[in-house]
Design a protein around this ligand. Structure first.
Ligand code: SF4
Length: 425
């Protein structure tokens, strides 16, 4: 994006999430309650609930010089009121795939109410626009700019600000818990955005595809460390921080630097500065769990994917031993697996899900294989004529029906996945 906003010196920015009401996934789950939807799904009274925020919007607002206002879950009326009151130069809307319809409505509203406002649409829902058959949002008619990557750099560029300044952020806390223990889920974890994208390019991975298989750094080790300390200084209810980076241990220098800063810190040190990170099995298994602990690792999200996969990141890794070792060292795990690969027959899927359950991850994600533009899997399924529900954005989630499976109906897969969640309870 390099069409600067006229009069950038006096520009102001409105950043918003998709408007409410948002669609319920599978007709029953809030898409913004990741605990209920996936991590503790199907565990009866032990299913947790989560409240979350639109972290990217807050981070962008905190890292541009122009005054900015953030709206989370506005109604269309709220948005109209803000647009009329604010005379905003830029409206930035973030979207998930399943929110695209309402985002199209928001764009139309903004065009009508505030025609001089430049509309920028970003977020992971923009990946659907790689499908040229998808006409939900169109440049010119609905929006002026699409932001496919780093939203801070894109906004700074649009506003004529330096794109090289450091990124800082203290984002609202998210929180999770058992709803019957506490009706109000207080914030207990802080989010830190380290980077976008992943160079490993697993064929089904939409976040890697979104960034063209590249890694985009948002915060270096020092910036992450400062953000972490800021959380601990200012948030009494904080339990841990989560470093958002698709494959954090794939950035060894950053990981080591952060670990050194944490160990040397006199104010909080290793006793407090712990974090959850995402990491692929090959990188985790290359390190001794003691090294992970000494770098501040409290929990790891590891893609198990499948016992039968040939993905390079899993090759030669004994997952069972890895999970056991991590748990023995007090490191919690989020394990994610996928049902419905072409190599899955009814028998091998049972074997795979049993194997996954035997790892006893602390939190779990048992997904149904889904294809999202523009992953390489999506391209091959499109070529094979196996895409389902093209244009039905409500299906674009972990349990949706996006392709014809080789050995299952979608209903059969859903039943097996629900059974595996129950077995893991
Ligand atoms: S390692 Fe994880 S984040 Fe990276 S491409 Fe594979 S699935 Fe995506």
């Amino acid at each position: 994006m390099n069409d600067r906003i006229p009069g950038s010196m006096t520009a102001s920015v409105l950043l918003t999430s998709p408007a409410r009401p948002y669609p319920l996934l599978e007709g029953r789950f809030s898409p913004f309650d990741q605990m209920g939807f996936r991590f503790t799904r199907g565990q009866d009274i032990f299913t947790m609930q989560e409240h979350a925020h639109f972290y990217g919007l807050h981070l962008m607002a905190q890292n541009i010089e122009a005054p900015a206002r953030v709206l989370e879950f506005p109604s269309l009326n709220d948005l109209e009121r803000e647009l009329k009151a604010g005379d905003f130069s830029i409206l930035g809307i973030t979207t998930n795939v399943f929110n695209l319809q309402v985002v199209a409505e928001m764009c139309r509203l903004a065009r009508r109410v505030s025609p001089s406002t430049t509309i920028v649409v970003g977020g992971n829902g923009t990946r659907c626009l790689h499908d040229e058959a998808d006409r939900t949002l169109q440049q010119g008619r609905d929006y002026d700019h699409l932001c496919l990557g780093d939203g801070i750099a894109a906004l700074r560029d649009l506003l004529g600000e330096s794109t090289h300044g450091p990124v800082t952020g203290r984002l609202p806390l998210c929180g999770s818990g058992l709803p019957w223990l506490s009706p109000r889920l207080a914030g207990n974890s802080g989010i830190i955005l380290s980077g976008l994208g992943c160079t490993t390019r697993c064929p089904f991975c939409s976040t890697s595809a979104q960034h063209g298989g590249k890694y985009v750094e948002i915060m270096d080790g020092h910036a992450i460390f400062r953000a972490m300390k800021q959380y601990w200084r200012t948030s009494q209810g904080l339990n841990f921080t989560c470093i958002v980076d698709e494959n954090f241990l794939n950035q060894p220098d950053k990981f080591q630097e952060l670990g050194r800063l944490i160990r040397d810190d006199q104010e909080f040190g290793l006793g407090r500065l712990n974090y959850l990170a995402f990491a692929s099995a090959d990188h985790v298994s290359a390190l001794d769990p003691e090294e992970l602990l000494l770098a501040g690792v409290d929990g790891l999200w590891i893609g198990v994917e499948s016992l039968f996969t040939r993905l390079a990141k899993r090759r030669d890794v004994d997952m069972k031993a890895l999970f056991e070792q991590l748990h023995a060292h007090g490191i919690s795990t989020v394990g994610s697996t996928i049902a419905g690969f072409d190599f899955h027959t009814p028998e091998s899927l049972d074997q795979d899900l049993d194997y996954y359950t035997s790892l006893s991850p602390t939190l779990q994600q048992i997904a149904i294989l889904s294809v999202i533009p523009s992953t390489s899997l999506w391209h091959s399924m499109r070529q094979a004529g196996r895409l389902m529900g093209s244009g039905d954005h409500q299906q674009s989630h972990l349990y949706g029906e996006t392709l014809q499976y080789r050995h299952f109906t979608h209903q059969e897969l859903a039943r097996r996945v629900d059974g595996a969640y129950r077995a893991d309870a």
